[in-house]
Design a protein around this ligand. Sequence first.
Ligand code: ASP
Ligand code: MG
Length: 420
Amino acid sequence: MRIFKFGGASINNIERIKNTGNIIKDNAPQKLLVVISAMGKTTNALEKITEAFFENRKEDALQLFEQLKNNHLEVVKYLLVHNWKAAEDQLKEFFTEIEWMLHDKPVRNYDYYYDQIVCCGELFSTCIVAHYLAEQKVNVKWIDVRDVFRTDNNFRDAGVDFDFTATKINEEVLPLFSTNDVVMTQGFIGSTDENESTTLGREGSDYSAAIFANILHADALTIWKDVPAVMNADPNKFKEAVNIPLLNYTEVIEMAYYGAQVIHPKTIKPLQNKEIPLLVKSFIDPSLPGTVISSRIPKNLPPVIVVKENQVLMQFKSKDFSFVEDKPVEELHQLFEKVKLKPNLSQNTAISLLCCFDDHAEKTDALASEASTIFDVEIERNLTLLTIRHYDRPAIEKLTENKIIVLEQKTATTVQVLMR
Ligand code: ASP
Ligand code: MG
């Protein structure tokens, strides 16, 4: 059995849905579990709807939802020939559920409503694609993953109950393959033991697919993307970016840790634990080899470059020029947690602590103001954090040319440079 995961870009218009359908159909004689994200920018649109609802702007929320409904109904109308009525009926059931909620007044917290509303993006998309596949004579079964993925009630970042979910998958999903070639379902969402919808964090579908792969002992997980392979740098920023044909799990975890937007960081562990290879392939040209990620350690990796813009450097200096002691540093780390900021880089000196963060202004301002009771705080904004794994001298020189280096840290494999 294999697991396929398609992102929102692979189904953001009719042509692409057909293309995705063809990829699934071509592979369907073997058993496939397919996880698909919400169409295009649907998740962002649903976030806007949640905000409007929660701010008691009911009319805005309903109007935005109307647009989203129409987008999906339009796709159904032009994509489907025989199954359009069945697809429309199924979609309308989901629509009604959300509209009931939008007509209410919010009485619970934001994250709860976020999950009840945002979860429907993947329900809509998978419903449409499953009906399309059925029209293409693929033996497909659609399932609502919320009946299978049990989570805690930490809304918007729900933790998966592995034991419960594994039992459900083995007892209820696996048997479906005796009569179906393809099981189509959603990533990113789950539900609590009280049947409330939950989400696993933005871009969480990769992670869902990896959990399916782990529990079903899949031969491989393929993540279909709009790039030819995992590359050593963002091709939009570096025209010399190259494809990396082979990577190992640890390298991908490291790349994600430093901010490369390759694969959701939680995806790797469930695969690594069972040594299931992860293939990253292009849905635009499936004949390309893509990238194979496994436990085999690749030789001669090119320098892997990650650039993070919009960084802020905060310097926390002890007020009386004494050494920075353990206790204030501990307090500072508690503040980081409180405002939900994690340093991307930090360095101690005798009398100060330097930390670089993504500059979410509301968070960094709150941190600066709270920390100023313990430290003198200095801030520098608009910096760029460059990380190079498997660096060499020429790579560092080229990428820091004409820049002023504010902070630099090196290990044997990785260099990080904060620059102006
Ligand atoms: N649709 C969700 C998102 O856009 C989950 C995913 O795509 O992985 O974040
Ligand atoms: Mg996505």
